[in-house]
Design a protein around this ligand. Structure first.
Ligand code: ACO
Length: 436
């Protein structure tokens, strides 16, 4: 409170000691100052004005958003206000997809309509199969799916009409519907198996499992526990606000590229081992550790800075990732059906040690969403190459919600950061025969 009980002024006073000048800039909702307000701070009239410097955007908000709220210090994640724990327990992936994309939970009619539309757009053009056949037998499935999503833009040239909301909605439905088909085709290609076409009477995840795993039988019905576990995993992965891949999707979309091209870019960002590739890296790490006896040596190399404990740490969460707690519970349900994954013991021991050790405690390193998800995927029969793909299918919804929000935000323009140039000043060209 200010003097005599008045509200404090929501401004920031800045003194430029180079000039002795004082400035006052507004503090906006979310305790932010606008970087452009710094531009008025100049040494003289010819000066460009001050900028903020923030490599990797660790302290810069690039947008105002109403989609996903994370309170990293308290381990809170909410989609459109609904806690992730409630959605994972009570909702379905397609209902959550509608919520993220449209802003509200659907009525029964809206949900039926959405599920019907998604179900009836699952087929991909046959030429996509020709494209897939061009990949080597050992091509990584993520590379195949990224390429086929990008290729979809050539089948739907009208998707360029990004300012038409109805047109956007058709592309959104297509992308949500076709991602499992592309992912399953990539898997079957990887395995050298014939492609299985979508079946409309199955649920989103049952249809996906059918396209992946049906061999030699006419009626394949996945175990309902596994079908639901995958649905829960999809809910948990559906969005995570301005992460590396969502930011990539927004950045590409800001140049008004079509959603298929933008989404292929977002997916490429997800592929890296520091982002969606982490669950694959966790599994490789656990396999390499191999036994509980090797954990002390491994942890020593992490403490020495030679290795990272994959599946630990997060840019935003400085507490237990709420998704990791739900996944841990889901893992136990899945293992009841599939039998225990022997790597689980190593994972549990690593977590136990890390939660007590000073190195991890001091740096607020807790398990993230990827620490246990790979164990479930492996138990369900997925090869590690499919792990990032399994992340990309539900995250398609988040990317599309973020992309639409960006397009409708009047404040957004083509994304284009500044730089601080620290290279050579002007110098004259020297012909090659005269260079030392
Ligand atoms: N193992 C060991 N040390 C770690 C780890 C880890 N997994 N993560 C961070 N640290 C250490 C860093 O070495 C650094 O230590 P220092 O201060 O002594 O230099 C400190 O913790 C801070 O780490 P940063 O890299 O600055 O943290 P940042 O926020 O940039 O990175 C990230 C976050 C990339 C997720 C990081 O924690 C990491 O590499 N984790 C492993 C990969 C992973 O699991 N990624 C999945 C993230 S969730 C997702 O994308 C779905």
């Amino acid at each position: 409170m200010g003097e005599s009980g008045t509200e404090p002024r929501k401004t920031l006073s800045i003194r430029d000691n180079r000039t002795g000048k004082d400035y006052e800039v507004d503090i906006h909702e979310g305790d932010v100052v606008r970087a452009m307000d710094l531009r008025q701070i100049k040494v003289n009239d010819d000066d460009f004005g001050m900028m903020s410097y923030d490599p990797a955007f660790t302290n810069t908000a690039s947008t105002r958003s109403t989609i996903t709220e994370i309170d990293g210090g308290n381990g809170i994640l909410r989609y459109r206000g609904y806690p992730i724990e409630q959605l994972a327990e009570k909702s379905s992936f397609l209902e959550v997809a509608y919520l993220l994309l449209r802003g509200e939970l659907p009525s029964q009619d809206e949900l039926d309509d959405f599920v019907h539309n998604v179900t009836y757009h699952t087929y991909a053009h046959e030429n996509i199969i020709k494209l897939l056949r061009g990949f080597r037998y050992d091509a990584h499935t993520m590379g195949i799916v990224i390429s086929s999503v990008a290729a979809l833009s050539t089948f739907y040239p009208e998707a360029k009409e990004i300012h038409d909301p109805e047109n956007r909605w058709i592309q959104i439905i297509r992308l949500v519907a076709k991602m499992p088909t592309l992912a399953a085709f990539a898997y079957r290609h990887h395995r050298g198996l014939p492609y299985v076409y979508p079946e409309n009477e199955l649920s989103y995840t049952a249809n996906f499992l059918n396209m992946l795993f049906r061999i030699g039988v006419r009626d394949y019905r996945p175990n309902p526990v596994l079908e639901r576990a995958l649905d829960v995993l999809f809910i948990l992965h559906a969005d995570h606000e301005q992460n590396c891949s969502a930011t990539t999707m927004r950045t590409i979309g800001s140049s008004h590229a079509d959603p298929y091209s933008a989404l292929a870019g977002g997916m490429a960002a997800l592929y890296g081992p520091l982002h969606g590739g982490a669950n694959e890296a966790v599994l490789r790490m656990l396999t390499e550790i191999g036994s509980k006896d090797n954990i002390p040596d491994f942890m020593e190399s992490v403490r020495n800075g030679d290795r990272r404990l994959m599946g630990f740490g997060h840019r935003v969460y400085k507490a237990y990732d709420p998704r990791a707690s739900i996944i841990k519970k889901t893992a136990h349900e899945v293992f009841e059906v599939t039998g225990n994954n022997p790597l689980l013991e190593i994972a549990l021991e690593l977590e136990k040690i890390a939660l007590q050790e000073e190195y991890f405690v001091k740096r607020n390193l807790y398990p993230n969403v990827d620490f246990y998800s790979g164990l479930i995927y492996q138990a369900m029969g997925f090869p590690v190459e499919m792990f990032p793909v399994l992340f990309a299918i539900p995250r398609t919804v988040g990317w599309l919600a973020q992309w639409e929000e960006m397009l409708e935000d009047k404040e957004q323009k083509i994304a284009r950061p500044r730089q601080v140039y620290v290279g050579e000043g002007e110098r004259d060209y020297i012909p090659v025969d005269r260079r030392g």
